[in-house]
Design a protein around this ligand. Structure first.
Ligand code: AP5
Length: 215
């Protein structure tokens, strides 16, 4: 089963995707993570996207569609979770074509609704384990007092993202409302859209998502 988690920055897409990977053996395809990997490894593409990402603007459709195409053609999975992709109508059209080309379909698009104030609070309090990518939050899921990641055990290696500041976040939110939110109507018209309340506790949101997937 292939699904999209759709929502603004900080809605909890990555947090929920990782839980589904753990429990259901699905594969998470996060274009944000792929772009950050390219940036950290200093590839030519990584250097091109670094500044765009730090500002909170969108990377070109051509680059992100290429990343997803490569994964769909090479990775075998018991279902993909698209996290942060698609983000534009052109990307959504391309995803439909790419899935068709590999004989796959899209089962559900889960829109995670969270109000803007909560998004700002979540993002400015976020940190991520440098070892495994586990996501923490100063307010709701603090780093353990012994400094060891609860997932991989790595000690004292927690990072803040370069784009997790109020200035970049304004741009990221603007891009979401201008370029990504039209996908809500796009997938509604295709009969694929379900909505969950992303403001609930992490486990409550996970339960809502699972009930959509099992419906
Ligand atoms: P990307 O990495 O996709 O970032 P994003 O969409 O801005 O989303 P985030 O990762 O910030 O948030 P999330 O929804 O995953 O929330 P999380 O689970 O971490 O993209 C980054 C950049 O890459 C873009 O700006 C763009 O430049 C580029 N890019 C990527 N894809 C692209 C594309 N397709 N096209 C063009 N450009 C692209 O949770 C956030 C915090 O909240 C955490 O601290 C977490 O612990 C906490 N939290 C989560 N759930 C809850 C809850 N229920 N209650 C309380 N706290 C919670």
């Amino acid at each position: 089963m292939n699904i999209i988690l759709l929502g603004p920055p900080g809605a909890g897409k990555g947090t929920q995707a990782r839980m589904l990977v753990e429990e259901r053996g699905m594969v998470q395809l996060s274009t944000g993570d792929m772009l950050r990997e390219a940036k950290d490894s200093g590839t030519e593409m990584g250097n091109i996207v670094a500044d765009v990402m730090a500002r909170g603007a969108l990377v070109t459709d051509e680059i992100v569609i290429g990343l997803i195409k490569e994964k769909l053609e090479t990775v075998k999975a018991n279902g993909f979770i698209f996290d942060g992709f698609p983000r534009t109508l052109a990307q959504a059209d391309a995803l439909g074509d790419l899935l068709e080309a590999v004989g796959e379909t899209l089962a559900h698009v889960v829109e995670m609704r969270v109000d803007d104030e909560a998004l700002v609070a979540r993002i400015t309090a976020r940190s991520t384990c440098g070892g495994c990518g586990e996501v923490y939050n100063d307010n709701t899921k603090p780093i353990p007092s012994d400094g060891a990641c609860t997932n991989c055990g790595k000690k004292d290696d927690f990072k803040r993202r370069a784009d997790d500041n109020e200035e970049s976040l304004k741009t990221r939110l603007m891009e979401y409302y201008k370029q990504t939110s039209p996908l809500i109507g796009y997938y509604y018209a295709k009969g694929k859209l379900s909505r969950v309340d992303g403001l609930g506790a992490i486990d409550a949101v996970q339960a809502e998502i699972k009930s959509v997937l099992d419906s």
